[in-house]
Design a binder for this molecule. Sequence first.
Ligand SMILES: Nc1nc2c(c(=O)[nH]1)N[C@H]1C(S)=C(S)[C@@H](COP(=O)(O)O)O[C@H]1N2
Ligand SMILES: [Mo]
Length: 182
Amino acid sequence: MSMLRALTLLLSLAFAATPIVAAEAPKGMVLLTIAGEIGQSNRGPLDPHEDGFLKFQERSFEKAFAIDREMLEALPQHEITADAEGWPRAHKLKGPLVSDVLKRAGAGGKPVVFYALDGFATRFEPQELEDHEWVLAHSADGHPLGIGGRGPLWMAYDVPTGKASKDEEGHWAWAIFYAEVE
Ligand SMILES: Nc1nc2c(c(=O)[nH]1)N[C@H]1C(S)=C(S)[C@@H](COP(=O)(O)O)O[C@H]1N2
Ligand SMILES: [Mo]
């Protein structure tokens, strides 16, 4: 084997062992943008023109992982019954696990703050996300969660003993659109 062939072979082997795979970019409407300490990104910095609402919410990032409905539905789906004190009825919420979504962005096991459209923000330690089967719901009772309701995304878990207390429900952020990993 010539030196050149050997070198070519070696190089191709090296590239095969470390494939450079660009993270999938969303094709549909973006429901969630994850920024901060992420290991996977599929978009660049916040653009003050394009990202009008993120700018309005005073977010800022150099890179992020944007997720549409199809990407959420590609993860294993969980259906839970969410109910809380004072609710007129329980809801069947469906979506991937919050932890699976974070893993998808290369951000598993880290503290994360979820932001909602109304400015509500709630921070989670990794342990808190493991204490329950937290679902990032995109649907309730068979319908996509919408803007003006509890959508686009709603975090909750099943309380096997019955209804969540007001304290617990206080962490069930609805209208989530952004997350920042610390
Ligand atoms: N986006 C958003 N999520 C939220 C809140 C909120 O103000 N905004 N309030 C929390 C609290 S304190 C409770 S008790 C429940 C229900 O809030 P609601 O009674 O305002 O619907 O949602 C939780 N998640
Ligand atoms: Mo509350």
